[in-house]
Design a protein around this ligand. Structure first.
Ligand SMILES: [Zn+2]
Length: 287
């Protein structure tokens, strides 16, 4: 069973080299990357990290730009590097979900091989999951292509950190209720949404939601793996590092030691990502 990191971030080399210009152009980018120690890496660094960690494939995401033009630039970069490393990289297209043209850009990117949309971010891109109507066209494009949306969701409690934002499970639930057929990946363990799936109506609301483990080490004890699988089952959790936020080699080692059974581990380490993002089909379509 291949090992798939379902949530990583790479940037075009011109953004890695010239971050100051983008700090000036995008407030959320400034929030995260004005600090020169916050890593910005191109795809080649990710490939080297995957090689060192024993990760077969990564799903790359760009950045939730507020400017659709920057989204498009980032999408073109990801399409190019995914084409350069077809056996290693799959990509999520970034769009401003409520902007005119978001659905058309999504469709353009699906035609270029994008396996979903993401990582959309309500704080970064100035929309509100409690007001889901303006996202309807984008959702329709994803449903038409049978592609999921991966969204940044964060905890309503606990410590603050750069990028946490305010897209909490309570807000996200409005979005899920509005689009029950949409397949969704809620990043960062859905900000704790899986714990509320102990409530039957929340489990019903979240039936098309998968959770990724991005940045897990900064948020939860590793017992989160056993605990969430016991609540939502083994089919809905995707290994994800948020690289370069977390080191892939160390994180993968710790997940392997997190107390999952062998068949659960195969699903979490790759099987679930392959199904949710339809990775085998995407590759077959290229042949
Ligand atoms: Zn992320």
């Amino acid at each position: 069973m291949p090992v798939i990191d379902a949530h990583t971030h790479v940037f075009p080399p011109e953004i890695c080299r010239g971050r100051a210009a983008y700090v000036a152009r995008d407030p959320w980018f400034a929030h995260l990357y004005a600090n020169p120690r916050a890593a910005l890496v191109p795809a080649e660094d990710l490939i080297a990290s995957m090689d060192a960690a024993g990760i077969d494939r990564a799903v790359i995401a760009g950045f939730p730009w507020r400017d659709p033009g920057l989204c498009r630039l980032h999408n073109d970069y990801m399409a190019a590097v995914a084409a350069a490393y077809p056996d290693r990289l799959s990509w999520l297209a970034i769009v401003v979900p409520t902007a005119p043209g978001a659905a058309a850009e999504a469709a353009r990117c699906f035609a270029l091989g994008a396996v979903g949309i993401g990582e959309v971010n309500a704080d970064a891109q100035d929309f509100d999951f409690r007001e889901p109507a303006p996202l309807a066209e984008l959702v329709a494009a994803c449903l038409h292509a049978d592609r999921p949306v991966m969204a940044h969701v964060s905890e309503p409690v606990g410590h603050t950190y750069p990028g946490k934002g305010t897209a909490t499970p309570e807000k996200f639930a409005h979005f899920l209720a509005a689009y029950p057929e949409l397949r969704v990946v809620a990043a960062h363990w859905g900000g704790g949404l899986p714990f509320y799936e102990l409530m039957p109506e929340v489990a019903e609301l979240a039936r098309n939601v998968a959770y990724d483990t991005a940045a897990s080490t900064y948020l939860y004890r590793f017992a989160v793996f056993r605990t969430v699988l016991d609540i939502v089952g083994p089919e809905r959790v995707l290994l994800a590092s948020d690289y370069p936020v977390l080191r892939q080699d160390r994180f993968l080692r710790r997940v392997r030691a997190a107390g999952l059974r062998a068949e659960e581990l195969g699903a979490v380490l790759g099987g679930n990502a392959a199904r949710v993002y339809r990775l085998a089909e995407s590759r077959a379509a290229d042949d």
